[in-house]
Design a protein around this ligand. Structure first.
Ligand code: AMP
Ligand code: MG
Length: 508
């Protein structure tokens, strides 16, 4: 049931059992559930039968009202640093692993978020509200369509059972899909509770499962070298993920170590935000008063989180402390290389200019910050430019872009734009692409739309009234964000003035 002929259900992670996992049944809802979204292409990709998943029995399973056939759901224990403070025990408080599926070499886990309390719920209800579930579902798939590593979303099921937050809301469940939901916090937990053997066991399983290229060997030395190689991979992938977030103006909002994936995936979408008007110190999470996880700080905090992971790993790698430190120190170079490559591509800068390119990227962000330019529209509008023309000609061309976001009445802004364009034109020497190829490349690199808060809010408010047309439209549009041909104009337009008053917090 539920799977195609080319896939099988397995017990690989769940077979680890104690002390990593506890069996916990999902908690059925009292009122009927409705399937709002089923990601048919993802179902197909991982070897599941979409038609069966959307059948009445399938919906019961995706809502957590019935167990996945033949599988006892499990919750895992972890800990973490939340806003810099060590919290000795956390865990899957409202997430339950309900299935593992294998299609040849491809292995995936399915997790329900909001299907009831677990031993790690810490007096909370184990539920998720419709609002935050829509945000997680939409963002997971939007990030995937942008090519940014992320956990995926298979389904969104709503239910009218009440959930009590600042106000009374209703419940929903997202079924998430990932190769792994392991977090830095899992490693921290077994290190900080002195369970070295368990930590070794977990890391061995994880590395064998997800990094077949790494040889752990059977001597102490070869094992340590394998672990170091793995840590190097995590450092690089995390640095690259941070650069990818920066490149689309994405702020995660709650970059605690328990929300950092060991596979370098974006995970746990809460009060995240794709920036509208660019501000380098933008804070998307209202609960983050000090701006620890602001846009500017994200790369630095990625490093801080890796430091916490390294501290935990030293339990096993004490004699290799200097090597661990050196791997951590390489973070800045990994980040810088990816950041420069991504932004250079966004602006169509030829690779040849090295340090000048890096400086121009910095100047671009400064220009955008000074004038509060819309992040997505600014980069998209660059497709109207012609790298073979001068700054004055380009300013005229730029105004023809439907995404043009400068205020022409603002002299200071126009002067700065001219200066910025001169810098940009100077870096176009050696540009070999024809204008049309160049334009296509810019449009294929810079999305016409992202999951902006006000678009999500409109879909949420409709869904809270039992209407899902806007949610469906938004999901469809975000699955192809580079193509503006089929997009309703308000999806690519400047956000309305009320967008900046939207407040998001950790409440979910
Ligand atoms: P977050 O920062 O939102 O990822 O959550 C931090 C921790 O709180 C995680 O261990 C979650 O599982 C847990 N948690 C958050 N909300 C709830 C809830 N409503 N019920 C149970 N646990 C929760
Ligand atoms: Mg979390």
């Amino acid at each position: 049931m539920f799977h195609n002929r080319d896939s099988i259900f397995v017990r690989e992670y769940s077979a680890l059992g104690t002390p990593f996992l506890k069996e916990v049944p999902t908690t059925p809802f009292k009122t009927p559930c409705t399937l709002l979204q089923l990601n048919r292409s993802l179902a197909e990709e991982i070897g599941l039968q979409a038609d069966e998943l959307s059948s009445p029995m399938g919906v019961e399973v995706l809502a957590g009202n019935a167990p996945w056939p033949g599988f006892n759901a499990v919750a895992s224990v972890y800990c973490g640093h939340q806003f810099g403070v060590f919290v000795p025990q956390l865990g899957d408080g409202r997430a339950l692993l309900i299935a593992e599926v294998r299609k040849g070499a491809q292995y995936r886990q399915l997790q329900l978020k909001g299907a009831g309390p677990t031993p790690y719920s810490r007096h909370a209800d184990g539920r998720a509200v419709l609002r935050s579930s829509i945000r997680e579902y939409v963002a997971s798939e939007a990030m995937h369509a942008l090519g940014i590593p992320t956990t995926r979303a298979l389904s969104l099921t709503a239910c009218s059972d009440p959930v009590f937050r600042e106000t009374t809301e209703t419940a929903a469940v997202v079924c998430r899909v990932s190769e792994s939901f392991l977090r830095f916090g899992h490693v921290e937990y077994f290190a900080h509770t002195g369970q070295d053997e368990a930590l070794n066991h977990l890391l061995t399983w994880h590395i064998e499962q997800h990094h077949p290229e790494i040889e752990l060997g059977d001597t102490e030395e070869s094992r340590a070298q394998g672990l170091l190689q793995w840590f190097e991979w995590v450092v690089k992938r995390t640095a690259e993920l941070m650069a990818q977030w920066q490149s689309v103006g994405f702020c995660h909002g709650v970059m605690n170590t328990d929300n950092m994936s060991l596979l370098g995936l974006t995970i746990d979408y809460g009060p995240y935000g794709f920036m509208d008007s660019f501000h380098i110190d933008h804070i998307c999470n209202h609960s983050d008063e000090g701006g620890r996880y602001s846009y500017r700080n994200q790369p630095r905090l990625g490093h801080w989180n890796l430091y916490a992971l390294a501290q935990a790993l030293l339990t096993l790698l004490r004699p290799y402390k200097d090597t661990v430190q050196a791997l951590l120190d390489a973070y800045a170079d990994h980040f810088e290389a990816k950041h420069t490559a991504l932004f250079a591509k966004k602006m169509g800068l030829p690779a040849a200019h090295g340090e000048q390119t890096r400086v121009h990227i910095e100047q671009t962000l400064k220009f955008m910050h000074t004038h509060g330019l819309d992040f997505t529209r600014f980069f998209r509008s660059l497709s109207a430019l012609d790298p073979h023309k001068d700054a004055t000609q380009n300013l005229a061309l730029w105004q023809g872009s439907p995404h043009f976001c400068l205020a022409l009445g603002d002299e200071a802004q126009v002067d700065d734009a001219r200066e910025w364009l001169s810098g940009w034109c100077a870096l176009q020497t050696g540009q070999s692409a024809s204008p049309i190829d160049w334009q296509l490349a810019i449009a294929a690199t810079n999305p016409a739309m992202v999951a902006r808060n006000h678009l999500l809010q409109a879909a949420i408010e409709q869904a809270q009234q039992g209407e899902y047309a806007e949610l469906n439209r938004l999901c469809a549009a975000l699955s192809d964000p580079y193509n503006d041909q089929h997009l309703p104009p308000h999806y690519t337009a400047a956000p309305p003035s009320w967008a900046k008053d939207l407040v998001l917090s950790c409440s979910s």
